[in-house]
Write a protein that binds this ligand. Structure first.
Ligand SMILES: Cc1cc2nc3c(=O)[nH]c(=O)nc-3n(C[C@H](O)[C@H](O)[C@H](O)COP(=O)(O)OP(=O)(O)OC[C@H]3O[C@@H](n4cnc5c(N)ncnc54)[C@H](O)[C@@H]3O)c2cc1C
Length: 390
């Protein structure tokens, strides 16, 4: 056995140990409680504590800063497993880790030393504050403004749809520092903003699905931030910081899509063998077999796209096209599999006693978050053209 194969098997062994720990936790502490928390739209404090103990809030944070330093490939497998049981839980650590990746990639040495160890333990938790009431896809249209005042910046504006907005305490906050900049993105900056005077939660947002995790509107009113909290110590890099973090975010969404698509398929395979019509299990009817065959094939394709994107990310390659393809296909597969699972379950698919109606409510979010699927297709096409000049 050569040196390379030893290293590879050690990595695989480490990955398997982590995945086994996640599976045990899901079986022991999560599965039986999901419906209760989801239907009550209740934040799962105890599960979050357990996620801290498992190290999930430091999953992709470098070991040097107290994280687990996992590859995107291992991370994607963790996310898929958790999303198969309850997709909402993955949102609690995903946007937190994207915030951490902004600091790891673009922060000053002091910012990394100060923030990353606290992010890794989960003592400081939060996410991304990019979207505003009038600006989602078109982030360059944001209006939240930060104005320099001595050693501080003073921030005014509103952010909406912010995951972990209520339970989290720290956010990567995208602002305008120069309204007249040309191009517009040069006037955008990112701050690492901890809750304090002038930073308030104005409302909890009610949603179709994605229950349990808090989505909130945040208001900044003469909120003072020390200049030391400007990411990277320089103005003008905000959009780059936001978009750079989205590759990992899109791999995460793709993995969540795979988890939901797998859950819908697994439940359907079981149900189809026990539910009988016309004297035989519905799994013996060809109409049902066609559905199962298509669901399984799409799931496998979604997984392979997700692993491919994660592999490219781990190799340090530019992977917006791969992450976009994975996110687009896996999320659409989640929606399709959830609907097919509902048809296979008949009336029970519509019942709150089963999980299918939850998959059906949760899946469409995967088509919207981290860049809508319309935008993913445009990114894919642009990259395709850039990589294949005429
Ligand atoms: C549950 C939930 C959680 C969220 N969590 C967060 C979070 O933690 N942090 C955060 O910052 N944001 C978060 N968001 C916001 C999310 O990122 C935005 O909703 C998303 O980016 C889309 O923006 P929008 O809703 O403003 O839609 P819009 O940008 O208004 O888009 C509306 C429609 O127009 C299409 N469209 C827009 N521009 C183009 C174009 N150029 N070409 C073709 N089609 C186009 C879109 O695809 C979409 O179909 C969350 C949203 C939800 C629902």
């Amino acid at each position: 056995m050569n040196k390379h194969s030893v290293t590879l098997s050690e990595t695989q062994e480490q990955e398997q140990m982590i995945l086994d720990a996640i599976d045990k936790w899901l079986d022991r502490d999560v599965k039986q409680h999901v419906q209760k928390f989801d239907h009550a739209d209740e934040y799962p404090h105890e599960m979050v504590q357990q996620m801290k103990e498992l190290g999930l809030f430091g999953a992709t944070i470098p070991v040097a800063f107290g994280g687990l330093g996992l590859s995107a490939s291992t991370y994607a497998k963790i996310v898929e497993r958790i999303a198969t049981v309850w997709m909402s839980l993955t949102g609690i650590f995903n946007s937190h880790l994207i915030m951490a990746s902004c600091v790891a990639r673009m922060g000053t040495p002091e910012q990394k030393e100060d923030l990353l160890p606290r992010f890794a333990t989960g003592d400081l938790r939060g996410g991304l504050a990019l979207t505003e009431p009038d600006a989602g896809t078109d982030l360059q249209a944001i209006r939240t403004r930060a104005v320099r005042d001595g050693e501080d910046y003073v921030v005014n504006g509103t952010k909406t749809w912010i995951s972990n907005g209520i339970e989290g305490s720290c956010f990567a906050l995208l602002v305008k520092t120069d309204l007249d900049a040309d191009p517009r993105h040069k006037g955008m900056s990112m701050f690492i903003a901890e809750k304090g005077e002038g930073f308030s939660v104005s409302k909890k947002l009610e949603k179709l699905g994605y229950k349990g995790i808090d989505s909130a509107e945040l208001v900044f009113q003469d909120y003072r931030l020390p200049a030391a909290r400007l990411l990277g110590g320089a103005e003008g890099n905000g959009l780059q910081a936001a978009l750079g973090g989205l590759e990992l975010g899109r791999i995460n969404i793709a993995a969540r899509g795979c988890g939901l698509a797998a859950a819908a398929l697994n439940d359907s395979v079981q149900y189809a063998q026990t539910r009988k019509t016309f004297g035989k299990p519905i799994a013996n009817h060809q109409a049902i077999q066609l559905k199962l065959g298509e669901m399984a094939t799409k799931l496998q394709a979604a997984r392979l796209l997700t692993y491919d994107a994660a592999h490219a990310y781990d190799g340090g390659e530019r992977c917006d096209m791969e992450a976009g393809m994975a996110k687009f296909f896996a999320s659409e597969t989640a929606v399709e599999n959830a609907l097919e699972a509902m048809r296979i379950h008949g009336g029970y698919g519509y019942s709150k006693e089963y999980h299918i109606e939850r998959y059906f409510r949760d899946a469409p979010l995967m088509c919207i978050g981290e860049g809508t699927n319309e935008i993913q297709r445009i990114i894919i096409a642009k990259q395709l053209i850039a990589r294949n000049p005429a």
